[in-house]
Design a protein. Structure first.
Length: 202
């Protein structure tokens, strides 16, 4: 029996990655690299960013040719990105007080967030989130991550409606917004396509 892929073990997380990291939310990967102006990074596949050393000295055409990513490679890369994100989840989990754990839904909600934002940024800029986490206050922790006003919703120095929508979808995996806890603030934003730019990976 073939071993299950990580994207199968975490279907809701991979669904969000495939949606928001695809071409116009079509579920199709970026076969040809594109330059994310807000993130200032070349990106390919499902949100895989290219490092500056990879692109240094190359023309745009050379980058697009050298780092083109076939769909099957992009699919496999989702699993690698989930694996990296899970390492970030483990770092956060180690900060919880003894006896407090993340639920499966909370873990799955964190995966696409870490894939998009990066664990380093969460730890360095999410000061209030980490404080809440160390206290075992998971509700406040989630608010600091996913809330459309207070969460990780900025890029290029400004709030992005697409990131607000993504954070709401990520948070909903863990039932964070059950009963409309944060959805009322958004006016139903989660149901609308507001994605203004392509997100970045780790």
């Amino acid at each position: 029996m073939a071993e299950k892929r990580l994207s199968d073990l975490y279907p809701q997380a991979s669904k969000i990655i495939r949606k928001y990291e695809s071409v116009n939310q079509s579920g199709q990967p970026h076969i040809i690299p594109y330059y994310d102006k807000l993130g200032k990074k070349w990106t390919v596949g499902f949100g895989r960013t290219l490092g500056n050393k990879q692109t240094e000295g190359l023309t745009n055409d050379q980058i697009k040719k050298r780092y083109a990513m076939p769909r099957e490679v992009a699919e496999a890369d989702i699993d690698r990105q989930i694996e990296t994100s899970l390492q970030g989840v483990n770092q956060l989990s180690s900060m919880l007080p003894e006896g407090v754990e993340f639920s499966k839904g909370e873990i799955e909600a964190l995966i696409p967030l870490i894939q998009n934002v990066g664990i380093t940024k969460i730890k360095s800029q999410g000061v209030k989130a980490i404080e809440a986490l160390r206290k075992g206050d998971k509700k406040e922790f989630r608010k600091q991550l996913y809330d459309p006003d207070e969460g990780f919703v900025k890029a290029g120095g400004a709030k992005q409606r697409g990131l607000q929508a993504r954070r709401l979808e990520e948070g909903s995996i863990a039932k964070v917004y059950e009963g409309g806890e944060f959805a009322r603030k958004s006016g139903g934003m989660i149901m609308r396509n507001y994605y203004d730019y392509e997100p970045r990976s780790i």
